[in-house]
Design a protein around this ligand. Structure first.
Ligand code: CMC
Length: 422
């Protein structure tokens, strides 16, 4: 069997045979032989925009692996910072590498006082923390102008480190500012997840002691969100990065992409949906209205997964552990019933719509008392290493600037009509 595809232009009879490599065909071979003919693929449903060795996602079989390691094993045995290292540098760290990495992250969590005093205080009192975080990430580029030196590996490492270490500080700062509470400085004695919980919730305790089950659950959720190959925000990171913008500007753009309800904002929408449903009796009418196309079942469906999202399974296990500490969410029963009904319904079955990672994460965050508008912020902290790993990989691949084509469907050339004659 020949591993190739042949495309024939029936207008001219010209054919081009393109080899299949790594499951894809290179557009260069096509473009060279058939110039001016474009693939029309809005939403990139059939286009691979990158060759990547970071995350392997087999949506048909519900498989997710970071650098070859199954997500289930990483969630069970690893930690978020170790996963960051794995994604960014390709291998699991040895003792010394891990100690250095944890040290570097732990000792770069502080931010310039001007960020807190002048920048954060400038927002309106009810600003959404995601908007604040996105702006704060962008603003970091003005504090670290050397970040523009994107081809210097040492400088690049510093900015990667800064984005991972300062993300939780900025996130917690945005939250505290939004509720009028004083900022809590990072505590170097705590691990990554614990420190974030401390910056979120600490009031006047001399030593904040986070609940270990909740800190572990947060760490696992961060692992599950750490990368997901060419999703909307990661693609944004690569697209913006391809213009050689600094990583803070690119990460701020990716944060904007994540903000939307179809992407990172879905976990917040799930809670709104469950609250709107409110009781068992309303589940069936809700499902009917989804089937009529009047609304979407949030937390269901995925561009790539056509099977149960493996992350959703792990989230469900974590939810049980968290609810043992916090008490069960009243919305959990509605969510479980809704899932059961949807999984048996032909509408969802025929479209391969299964729960995605966001179906149960919101319930955990809510049980941990995170306000709804912080959910996507948590997703941002988790996805940061994935964005940065892809950004770095793209630079090392020396990718050309992202610049797709379009099919022009507007009017033909016409003469300007003066206002008086229109
Ligand atoms: N509820 C009801 N119908 C749906 C849903 C849903 N959640 N998702 C897809 N469909 C239907 C859709 O109406 C379409 O039906 P038809 O063929 O009759 O027109 C079919 O399934 C295919 O949908 P699509 O919109 O072409 O699928 P997509 O790949 O463009 O969209 C998605 C993927 C995630 C945006 C979509 O499934 C969705 O809006 N889900 C709800 C939002 C959500 O949970 N997002 C979180 C995604 S996971 C976290 C992340 O990675 O960001």
């Amino acid at each position: 069997m020949t591993e190739s595809v042949t495309i024939t232009d029936n207008r001219t009879g010209e054919s081009v045979e393109i080899p299949i490599e790594n499951g894809g065909i290179h557009s260069n071979a096509f473009a060279k032989h058939m110039p001016g003919l474009w693939f029309y693929d809005p939403g990139f449903t059939a286009t691979a925009s990158a060759a990547s060795s970071i995350t392997d996602l087999d949506g048909a079989n519900g498989i997710l692996r970071y650098r070859g390691y199954p997500i289930e094993q990483l969630a069970e045995q690893s930690s978020f910072l170790e996963v960051c290292y794995l994604l960014l540098f390709g291998e699991l760290p040895n003792h010394e590498q891990m100690d250095n990495w944890v040290h570097d992250v732990t000792y770069h969590t502080f931010i310039h006082e001007n960020m807190r005093k002048r920048f954060m205080e400038g927002f309106h009192h009810d600003a959404h923390p995601m908007g604040m975080l996105m702006s704060a990430i962008a603003a970091l580029s003005t504090f670290y102008p050397e970040a523009k030196e994107i081809f210097d590996p040492e400088i690049r490492y510093k900015q990667i480190n800064r984005l991972i270490s300062k993300g939780p500080t900025l996130a917690a700062m945005a939250y505290r500012a939004s509720i009028g509470m004083p900022f809590v400085y990072p505590d170097n004695n705590l691990n990554y997840a614990e420190n974030f919980l401390s910056m979120m919730w600490r009031v006047a305790e001399p030593n904040y002691e986070p609940n270990p089950v909740l800190a572990k659950a947060l760490d696992v959720l961060l692992i599950l969100h750490a990368d997901h190959e060419q999703n909307c925000s990661t693609t944004t990171m690569r697209v913006v990065g391809s213009s050689h913008a600094d990583p803070f500007s690119a990460a701020a753009s990716a944060t904007g992409a994540l903000y939307g309800p179809r992407h990172g904002g879905a976990n917040e929408q799930v809670i709104h949906m469950l609250e709107d449903i409110g009781s068992y009796d309303n589940i069936e009418p809700f499902v009917e209205s989804v089937k009529l196309g009047e609304q979407r079942l949030m937390g269901f469906g995925h561009r790539v997964y056509k099977a149960y999202d493996p992350r959703a399974r792990i989230v469900k296990e974590q939810a049980d552990r968290v609810f043992e500490v916090t008490g069960k969410s009243p919305l959990l029963d509605i969510a479980l019933k809704l899932e059961e009904i949807a999984l048996e319904d032909d509408y969802f079955k025929s479209r391969n719509l299964y729960p995605n990672v966001d179906f149960y994460t919101g319930l955990i965050y809510q049980a941990m008392e995170f306000p709804l508008d912080m959910f996507t912020v948590l997703f941002t902290i988790g996805r940061m290493p994935g964005w940065l790993a892809h950004w770095q990989e793209m630079l090392q691949q020396e990718q050309r600037i992202s610049r797709p084509r379009q099919l022009y469907v507007g009017p033909d050339a016409r003469d300007y009509v003066p206002m008086a004659s229109r």
